[in-house]
Ligand binder design. Structure first.
Ligand code: HEM
Length: 651
């Protein structure tokens, strides 16, 4: 359990950094959230020494994975900070008594009662935490917010040049849709329609107006003087990995979606041979989180609604006397855990295709003893996450109440994954059927490929062979840089991504790295790893002041570790927070057993992967998927699909 909650959360003081490159710079000291054991400290120090000679990613895979495990301990020590001045915000059994014992064995849709001693922890409406002390994340002045002009940065470093789509050839479009689908489970900020941000535009800007007007992010009410300097922002979703994009982030939302089906199923409407998510009278999809909807969300939400219903069938068979509520609750637990597992052992190794990560991510779930032995013998170590994996190792908050963080949101700004167009093919014989601009599959138009006669199997196959965009400079799709959303707003998401990080106090690139104890570039050329042209462009845009480079732009500009789909800077936040989502959760790290999940349910999670889920609901895909090692890497194309020569499937 938390061991330093008595520490005032987020406190820090000004001293020098522990990075030797930064001697003399005014620094915010990172105060430990928890204290590693002697053995762990020894491991951290040894790898520090080793890394002076060889960075972790150049070590043999197994040693590299151990290096990362110790790095994660160090990150837990220094980079977890609560956004509340006191831990009272997390509630107690007195302020938030358990209303029904069913929540001991089932997820509460508001996200409450995951931790029974701090029942509000991670629930809907709780603030995003920080990976850096709050003093380092102060709200900027108006001038700081607009300097340099975020639209200029978007035009120069985000805009995809005409005909210059940069594909990520180790991934498929399913990987792009998957991560957006997951972020919709984890987080979304609230906007304030009464508070506007006006981005000034240059005279030759082709934007439809004199300035670009955006709603500001809505800050939470100030509960403490520190909230004025560094406001807290609420998460509209639960912070937990609880499938809230499917099930909703409130008990009432869940009830609407369930429609009281006697077998605990989610509502789906049949059209011909296919089942679709239900819609309201205006054509808006009815699901847990339906913002920023497109065909990618349509197929993944439908797939996991079908999966939920299949789990319900299996449970009903085993427990004929159970009520619909009992079945629903256990099916949700199983479905959520399965998504968490797929993300951990399949999606992540696809986007971070490095031997240390292949070992490390499998170990996050199964431990270093591996899947086979764990399945036969269960956990060999009761509590060691390294030996036997995080699930079942015991829930732990490492000294800071669990929440996702502003920096975590920032590193998932991966809009460049989106292409401009999607080429659709038949899953049966592979022929090219049609190519549709992504924008024509957004919001209420998300079913347009189905209206054109395509099936879910066709669309999944197409997502399996289309490339997403690479996460790098000048690769934002043009439709997202001029996006009209159903609420009437028109936004350039390139500008928005820059502005949101600044607005929410996410430190700029150099400070961001300093806070992670990474080396901090002194020159633009050092930042770009010797790319002189890019260095010159950055220096020009950022007025020769390297400290101003935005976290996102710097991350897109730094040299990439071989096999990595995103920057090492972002990766540091990722290794800390990816494990934390599992380790903090009572239903995953804590009560990971057949009693909680049922025998059928526990087996369902442990024996299924994304291939099984796809094959279960769309048997036409089984043959194609036989050859696939990772469902999020490009699938083997059928002969007829290879005849198509468009950029969507050809690099
Ligand atoms: C058709 C596809 C997409 C659309 C229409 C879309 C649209 C949007 C919009 C309108 C916002 C809110 C902007 C604001 O703050 O004013 C947003 C935020 C965001 N999007 Fe996307 N997006 C898409 C794909 C993606 C993908 C593939 C990712 C990858 C992870 C992604 C990650 C994010 C993140 C991290 C945020 C910030 C959320 C927050 O502030 O809490 N989006 N997107």
């Amino acid at each position: 359990m938390p061991n330093t909650l008595s520490k005032p959360n987020g406190t820090s003081s000004s001293t020098s950094s522990n990075n030797p490159d930064d001697k003399g710079k005014k620094q915010v000291e990172l105060q430990p959230s928890f204290t590693p054991t002697l053995l762990e400290r020894l491991g951290i120090t040894s790898f520090h020494l080793l890394n002076k000679l060889i960075p972790w990613y150049k070590l043999p895979g197994f040693i590299g994975a151990f290096n990362l495990a110790f790095l994660r301990i160090e990150l837990r020590q220094y980079n977890l900070h609560d956004a509340y001045a006191t831990s009272q915000a997390q509630g107690s059994s007195i302020t938030d008594p358990l209303p029904n014992k069913c929540y001991l064995g089932a997820r509460n849709s508001d996200g409450k009662f995951n931790d029974l001693k701090q029942p509000r922890m991670g629930c809907t409406g709780m603030r995003f935490g920080r990976n850096f002390p709050r003093e380092a994340c102060a709200k900027p002045s108006e001038e700081e917010l607009m300097t340099p002009n975020p639209r200029m940065i978007s035009e120069r470093f985000m805009a995809r040049k005409e005909g210059k789509f940069i594909p990520a050839t180790t991934l498929n479009l399913l990987a792009a849709a998957w991560i957006q689908f997951q972020t919709h489970d984890w987080f979304f900020h609230e906007q304030d329609p009464n508070e506007k941000l006006n981005v000034p535009l240059s005279e030759d800007d082709k934007w439809l107006d004199q300035h670009m007007q955006l709603y500001a992010t809505k800050p939470d009410e100030a509960l403490d003087p520190s909230d004025v300097k560094c406001p807290g922002y609420k998460n509209l979703n639960t912070h937990w990995w609880d499938g809230s994009q499917i099930y909703g982030s409130s008990e009432s939302a869940t009830q609407t979606l369930r429609n009281r089906h006697p077998d605990g199923k989610l509502s789906l409407d049949s059209r011909g041979r296919e089942q679709f998510l239900p819609r309201d009278q205006d054509g808006n999809v009815l699901t847990g989180f339906n913002d920023n909807w497109w065909v990618g969300m349509e197929i993944l939400h439908t797939l996991f609604a079908l999966e939920h219903n299949a789990i319900c069938d299996a449970l009903r068979k085993e427990y004929p006397d159970w009520s619909g509520d009992q079945i629903f609750d256990k099916a949700r637990l199983v479905n959520c855990a399965l998504m968490a597992k797929i993300h951990t052992v399949e999606w992540t190794p696809a986007i971070l295709a490095h031997p240390a990560l292949q070992i490390g991510m499998a170990a996050n779930w199964w431990g270093i003893v591996g899947e086979k032995l764990t399945k036969i013998a269960g956990r060999l170590s009761k509590t060691s996450e390294i030996i036997s994996g995080i699930p079942g190792s015991g829930a732990e908050q490492d000294g800071t109440p669990y929440s996702l963080t502003e920096e975590f949101v920032s590193v998932y700004r991966m809009h460049s994954l989106m292409p401009e167009t999607i080429a659709f093919f038949s899953a049966v014989d592979g022929h090219h059927a049609t190519t549709i601009p992504v924008v024509d599959t957004t919001f209420t138009k998300s079913q347009s490929p189905f209206d054109d006669g395509l099936s879910f199997a066709d669309v999944f196959y197409s997502f399996g062979i289309n490339y997403p965009g690479a996460i790098t400079n000048n690769n934002y799709p043009n439709f997202l840089r001029n996006l009209r959303t159903p609420d009437g707003q028109v936004r350039d998401l390139g500008t928005v991504d820059i502005l949101r990080d600044r607005e929410r106090g996410v430190p700029r690139y150099c400070e961001f790295r300093r806070m992670l104890r990474l080396s901090v570039p002194k020159t633009f050329e050092e930042l770009t790893g010797g790319n002189k042209v890019l260095a010159k462009e950055l220096a020009e845009a950022y007025n020769n002041d390297i400290s101003l480079v935005d976290a996102l732009v710097g991350s897109h500009s730094e040299p990439v570790i071989p096999g990595f789909g995103f920057s090492e800077t972002a990766f540091r936040i990722f290794i800390l927070m990816a494990s934390r989502r599992l380790k903090s959760d009572r239903f995953i790290a804590g009560e990971w057993n057949e009693e909680m999940y049922t025998k059928v349910g526990f087996k369902w999670v442990q024996n299924s992967g994304m291939k099984d889920v796809l094959g279960r609901h769309f048997p036409e895909l089984r043959e194609t998927l036989k050859a696939s090692k990772n469902v999020f890497a490009p699938w083997e194309m059928q002969a007829k699909s290879k005849e198509y020569k468009g950029v969507e499937t050809n690099a």
